[in-house]
Design a protein around this ligand. Structure first.
Ligand code: UDP
Ligand code: MG
Length: 324
């Protein structure tokens, strides 16, 4: 019998977890041909999230949990969940029911019937999302797809179900600065897309402020394109050409009209502009350098504080002891 591992990252989600569990229960019951393993990952929550998880693991042997020593971010939570998954198929989804649980049977069935390794989802619309957030997101996707050779699909969710072989490849990427949307595309394999309408959170609040989203977008750009690094060279060439023509112009003017002190204001403007461009380029190099620095430290992607006892493991060990 096939087994599906569902990975659910949670950060301060005490209100959403019980609602999520109630929603996924009928789905699990309806899929009689598979067994389930729900892996809840507590990403350093400070509310009752971990207590909820402990309760569920006690109540339902299909529920497991991993708890981080602090908040490492959703990307780290996904990585931890996938590293600990034992299923033949692995699904990743948010706990706030913005990723519809009803799609799970369809995803599983598509993985069986179609020649693909992953069924991923994308939102067909951004209904209910603040306008400014939609606008900035659209700009981000347009920009990153211009400068990156890895396609980052607009509206793509992390919500997807993958076969074991794809998960193994995703886990082989052990980067500390992770951008899953890019990683899932980068590893390749055949992905089929399912579309769904945007829904609102079932409970709790979004953990993504505009500043956090901006940092996440930057992660994507720096992780999947090195085009910004060439910016300094292009601007350098541009300014050299401009400087050449200006020198010719000023020399000709001095020869014809004699020397004049006029033009110092434009000179100051040019100095400011060129200094700004130089600092900007140094900043870009710094951003790449800092990420390289963090990668060379080889720090773990996450640190576990607590995890549920794997019931199956326990069962197996008990049997082994009984046999010896
Ligand atoms: N999440 C997490 N760690 C974080 C932030 C978020 O594990 O540092 C989880 C969160 O609990 C949720 C999912 O990632 O299950 C998506 O977060 P959220 O719903 O806040 O993002 P949005 O849907 O607003 O983009
Ligand atoms: Mg959400």
């Amino acid at each position: 019998m096939d087994k599906i591992s569902v990975i659910i990252p949670c950060f301060n989600e005490q209100e959403a977890i019980p609602v999520y569990y109630d929603a996924i229960l009928p789905v699990m019951d309806s899929m009689k041909e598979v067994t389930f393993e729900l892996i809840f990952v507590d990403d350093g929550s400070t509310d009752g999230t971990l207590a909820d998880m402990r309760d569920m693991a006690k109540k339902d042997h299909r529920c497991r949990y991993l708890s981080f020593s602090r908040n490492f971010g959703k990307e780290a939570a996904l990585y931890a969940g996938m590293s600990n998954a034992t299923g033949d198929y692995v699904a990743v989804m948010d706990v706030d029911l913005q990723d519809p649980v009803e799609l799970l049977p369809k995803m599983y069935q598509m993985l069986q019937s179609e020649d693909c390794d992953c069924v991923a989802t994308r939102r067909a619309d951004r209904e209910g999302e603040p306008k400014i957030r939609s606008f900035l997101s659209n700009c981000f996707y347009k920009f990153i797809n211009k400068i990156s050779s890895t396609e980052i699909v607009n509206g793509a969710r992390d919500y997807r179900m993958m076969k074991k072989n794809m998960v193994k490849s995703v886990l082989e990427i052990q980067e500390y600065n992770r951008f899953s949307k890019g990683i899932f595309q980068w590893v390749g394999f055949r992905t089929v897309w399912l579309e769904f309408h945007n829904t609102q959170r079932c409970a709790g609040k979004t953990k993504w402020s505009l500043a956090k989203l901006a940092a996440y977008s930057l992660e994507g750009i720096l992780g999947f394109s090195i085009v910004p690094l060439s910016l300094a060279s292009f601007m350098g060439i541009f300014f050299c050409i401009v400087a050449f023509f200006m020198t010719v112009f000023i020399a000709a003017r001095t020869l014809i009209f004699g020397d004049s002190v006029a033009g110092w204001t434009s000179l100051v403007c040019i100095i400011f502009l060129v200094s700004g461009v130089q600092l900007f380029c140094i900043g870009i190099m710094g951003a790449y350098l800092s990420r390289t620095y963090l990668e060379t430290k080889h720090r773990p992607i996450y640190i576990l504080k607590e995890e549920s006892q794997n019931q199956e493991e326990e069962g197996r060990q008990d049997t082994e002891v009984a046999q010896s």
